[in-house]
Design a protein around this ligand. Sequence first.
Ligand code: IFM
Length: 452
Amino acid sequence: MSRASFPNGFHWGAATASHQIEGAFREDGKGESIWDRFSHTPGRVQDGDTGDIACDSYHRIADDVALLQAMHLDSYRFSIAWPRILPEGTGPVNEAGVDYYRRLIDALLDAGIRPLPTLYHWDLPQALEDRGGWPERDTAGRFADYADTCMRALGDRVDHWMILNEPSIFTTMGYLLGIHAPGRRDLEAFLRASHTVNLAQAEAFRAMKAVRADATIGTAFSMSPCEPAGEAEDDAAAAERWHAFVNLWHLEPALRGRYPEAFADGLPLDHMGIRDGDLDRVKAPLDFIGINLYMRTRVTHSDTAGWGIRAQPIGMGGDEGPRTDFGWEVWPKALCDMVMRITRDYDTPVIEITENGCSYADGPDKDGVIRDGRRIAFFRGFLCELARAIEEGADVRGYHAWTLMDNFEWAAGYAQRFGLAWVDFDDPKRPRTLKESGRWYGSVAEENGFET
Ligand code: IFM
């Protein structure tokens, strides 16, 4: 028997996001977000589900902290709802909203848990979407003002911050494919949004460092190792372009002040609204790279696909591993491959795994026990691969399971359960019960590793 072990001081955590857990969607002065508007629009979210109550975390700080403690976790990644702090996206600060996060952070600190807030996990104030949303360049400045507000309000008690969650996902799903809020399908809007988001990331970074130069600041990037689907050379080239587009589009500008070569015939710079000096403006020497990873991606060359990228991802992962209830292939090696690629290509940066997890619907049996062995197998596999990457030289400082408890899974509503704890959405008190996977993960955190 051997052991998957992790460095001393390694952070074990869980992740959530404001709109997915908080509820209280119009309480204490909170403004409307694009997800409030989107989920209240019939036909947008499965079963007509909304985040109006979600896990009711706005009223259940103690329950959430107790769950983290029960699993011996020492890091909690949550997000701050921009419209709770600035209801109109700009203008006067809503002190009640700030107070909620102060109480949450203080409860975490009292429990010896590191708060790791993300400034933007997809709940743009609707008022800003009404003024053009992310495709509108001005949104970058509004975001930097919001970042400055958060750092001034909470920087006395939070050392580690994340700017964005999965910029490539929220711009693609929200502005190109229309599957997520605000539900637009417009290539030009998407291209402009992706550049505004890169400006926003860098301007927020500078605004935050101006308030607290010693803060540790990163972003959580959605990543997936891209493999050629076939033997042909053009599949290999297509996989590299897709890698540039899905994994590096928001990282390379920050770290190197340039866009990666994702488009077969050159970058659509004019369509992105890039102005002179912008490639300097998008630079932000992030203190760490957050990696959110769920699966690998297989890619084939296609002359017509990918809006000029000429690459077509196939399916949800490959077709060798088992599938989660969401249909995503379980392929643990993807984590080691991705971490090592970033380690090699960016000179061994500090990395945190900011999300990794799986959706399985397993619920309480007749004794009330949630036997989700498939989730344990998932975490076992991925954590073994993470230990391998660390052994091979990657500088990984922490791991955050997605997610602390079942919650609002965006367009899938409550139909997909990713939690380490089961939430009873039929009960107004939203009771949480640790699943078997939560117990297992807790033992890993307590022992900083596990027997394989
Ligand atoms: O629930 C999401 C999360 O908000 C962002 N990353 C992927 C998760 C699972 O789909």
